[in-house]
Design a protein around this ligand. Structure first.
Ligand code: ADP
Length: 399
């Protein structure tokens, strides 16, 4: 079955055509700067990459450009639209409505639209893309895969905030989590690598990229996660602050005369690694600057590790133990130095990294803990698109 996976962002639209049974990616690409005069589409087929500048005023135009790229050109990925058997859409916010992926119908679209306030940059672009695909492929089944659905197993003690309960009732203020598809994928792969069932494992998954989040997965069920009502909560990130004393917000608004939009900008775009270092949101640059003796870069580096350690400790206690810790995304997959720092000195807790294994670089699944480590530490490259294609396949084949 060929599944076209669509991931619409505020000014981009990523796509991947996957042959699900083999996991082969037939073609993929991204429409960038959607809505600006400099828009273009980057398309990859086999090892050939093409970049085409063209007007992409919105996500509808982008979907048309994607279909043209797949069907047209000298080396078309498919002969016609009939070769797309199903579509899978990444939906950032499914609120409390969706605890699993679902077939898209009018009711589902209405709910995604209703939740747009909680994910203003993502849910509406996704709806535009869905509508465009419905127009071009009215009989092709479409599936919505939500970033939040994996966290619907969190118990109320984990998802409620200790603020007046009426705000939960009135506005739905609670923890929803994010990056759910990535956490679900790496946990599923980890169980596979260990040759065990997810139902028998306690796993902590760490998605450490520009955005960072961690999840405690107890016997296959997410029981806590670091991102909250929005993806600003939890770990220190590239430009986001993560958890801070909430009293800092009104204090800064008063003293710096900031509007709500301005304080949002400070916490989302000017904090994290960038805020502390004052120079970069990229861990590689922070590392280089720290090596050259920049004390703020060194502090940012150390704070990042501290932030991850704090959650590993907390989640290990919540699950009364941990069998495996999985690292993924840009930092988790690539930075041996950050991994070393995160796990240094944890032998007493049964966590021991094998330095040689940790230093191996590459985009493949591997165990980096010592054979004698009680806890298995793994690096697993994330693949959200594959998970979306797999969910779509499993739902559509039942139809
Ligand atoms: P996103 O997809 O959320 O934009 P990524 O998952 O690509 O983010 O992660 C980006 C982060 O990964 C950046 O901080 C970058 O510095 C870091 N990163 C990527 N490669 C390396 C590396 N080899 N060593 C250290 N950090 C790395």
């Amino acid at each position: 079955m060929h599944v076209l996976v669509i991931n619409a962002g505020s000014s981009s639209l990523k796509y991947q055509l996957v042959h699900v049974e083999t996991g082969r990616v037939i073609a993929k690409g991204i429409c960038e700067r959607v809505g600006s005069p400099e828009s273009f589409i980057k398309h990859e087929r086999n090892d050939e990459k093409t970049v085409t500048e063209l007007p992409l005023p919105d996500h509808v135009a982008s979907v048309h450009a994607v279909i043209d790229a797949l069907v047209g050109g000298d080396n078309p990925a498919i002969a016609s639209l009939d070769d797309i058997n199903a579509l899978g859409f990444r939906i950032v916010h499914g609120g409390a409505y969706f605890d699993k992926s679902v077939i898209i119908d009018e009711d589902v679209i209405a709910k995604i639209d209703e939740l747009a306030e909680l994910a203003p940059l993502h849910n509406r672009p996704a709806i535009s893309a869905i509508r465009a695909c419905q127009g071009m492929m009215p009989n092709t089944p479409m599936v919505a895969v939500f970033d939040t659905s994996f966290f619907q197993t969190l118990p109320p003690a984990a998802y409620l905030y200790p603020i007046p309960y009426e705000y939960y009732e009135k506005y739905g203020i609670r923890k929803y989590g994010a990056h759910g598809t990535s956490h679900r994928y790496v946990a599923y792969r980890a169980a596979n690598m260990l040759g065990e069932s997810l139902d028998d494992l306690k796993i902590i998954t760490c998605h450490l990229g520009s955005g960072c989040s961690m999840t405690a997965i107890d016997h296959g069920q997410a029981i806590d996660t670091s991102m909250g009502f929005t993806p600003l909560d939890g770990l220190m990130m590239g430009t986001r602050c993560g958890i801070i004393d909430p009293a800092i917000v009104p204090f800064l608004m008063d003293h710096e005369h900031l509007s709500t939009a301005e304080i949002n900008e400070v916490l989302n775009k000017k904090s994290g690694l960038l805020g502390i270092s004052g120079t970069s949101n990229d861990l590689r640059s922070i590392d280089e600057a720290a090596d050259k003796g920049d004390p703020r870069a060194a502090m940012a580096y150390e704070m990042f590790a501290h932030s991850v350690k704090r959650y590993i400790g907390s989640y290990t206690y919540l699950m009364a133990g941990v069998d495996a810790i999985v690292l993924t995304a840009g930092v988790g997959e690539n930075s041996a130095k950050m991994r070393r720092l995160i796990f240094a000195g944890m032998q007493r807790l049964g966590i021991r990294i094998d330095d040689k294994k940790n230093k191996i670089q590459g985009s493949f699944e591997r165990i980096i803990s010592h054979d004698k480590s009680r806890v298995t530490v793994m690096v697993i490259p994330t693949d959200e698109e594959y998970m979306i294609a797999k969910d779509t396949y499993e739902i559509v084949k039942e139809l």
